[in-house]
Write a protein that binds this ligand. Structure first.
Ligand code: IPE
Ligand code: IPE
Ligand code: MG
Length: 247
């Protein structure tokens, strides 16, 4: 785990607050989603210098289908425009783009743009940018379980656990730092398995207001947290040993 962290951290972001930000400005919710794109750009550009190796951003949850059809359509349109307009810039900046989530319900034109962007950036290695679209953490875990059914031999709980972990994190590692903007303190079905030991960072700032400096502040706080993964801190563990030996 430590070695992975040294190679760069995995940051996940729940980009929340677009609608409230827009409403407060007297704008439509869709204008908020549009303004959110600029915040994505800022975040992607500041991430590599902060030691971020993987960035997983929540763009559309499977529960967001419950929103008015016009808002849903606009969100897909905005993501599609982002992919089309930013693909070349992402590639030049060494960003490998990947979309996670269900692909069978999103509009065909968006799917084509996703496939193009994934193909065009597949060889890039500076930053692995994962965009979650029609994503549900519970569904992704359930899919992993279904996939296990084809595997031969007895599947014990321990084996199941390692197979699910392998399927969900082989390519990106566990989440080290999970940021949620917009003031809510919940996970909204995001990366539940991958965030088992993630450090959580909640900010009241609405997503369209999120700046590179906010990412700096979150990563700074992360670096000062003591991660224990269920063990005792290394320093304390060794000083306890010294104390015991001295007795
Ligand atoms: C997050 O902003 C973006 C999506 C869910 C697509 P919201 O649209 O949830 O904004 P609020 O929470 O209503 O302010
Ligand atoms: C989570 O935000 C999903 C995204 C940011 C894409 P929501 O606004 O949908 O979450 P809830 O409804 O407040 O939990
Ligand atoms: Mg919201």
């Amino acid at each position: 785990m430590k070695i992975r962290e040294e190679a760069g951290i995995h940051v996940a972001i729940i980009m929340d607050g677009n609608g409230r930000w827009a409403t407060r400005q007297g704008l439509s919710r869709v204008a908020g989603h549009r303004a959110g794109v600029a915040a994505v750009r800022r975040t992607v550009e500041s991430a590599p210098d902060l030691g971020v190796r993987v960035l997983t951003i929540y763009a559309f949850s499977s529960d967001n289908w419950a929103r008015p059809a016009q808002e849903v359509e606009s969100i897909f349109w905005i993501i599609r425009a982002f992919l089309r307009l930013e693909c070349e810039r992402l590639r030049k900046n060494g960003v490998r783009l990947e979309v996670i989530g269900r692909r069978d319900r999103i509009p065909r034109a968006l799917l084509r743009e996703i496939e193009n962007a994934e193909k065009a950036t597949a060889m890039e290695r500076t930053l692995h940018l994962r965009i979650a679209i029609d994503y549900s953490a519970q569904a992704s875990i359930a899919e992993a379980v279904v996939a296990v059914q084809g595997i031969a031999g007895e599947v014990t709980a321990e084996r199941m656990r390692s197979i699910i972990t392998q399927r969900l994190t082989a390519d990106c590692g566990d989440v080290d730092l999970l940021i949620r903007t917009g003031g809510e303190k919940r996970l909204s079905d995001y990366l539940l398995w991958e965030s088992a030991y993630a450090e959580l960072f909640f900010t009241d700032r609405m997503w369209p207001e999120f700046e590179g400096s906010d990412l700096v502040a979150a990563v700074y706080e992360f670096r000062h947290r003591e991660r224990r993964f269920g063990a005792v801190p290394v320093l304390k563990a060794s000083s306890m040993l010294v104390a015991e030996t001295a007795q």
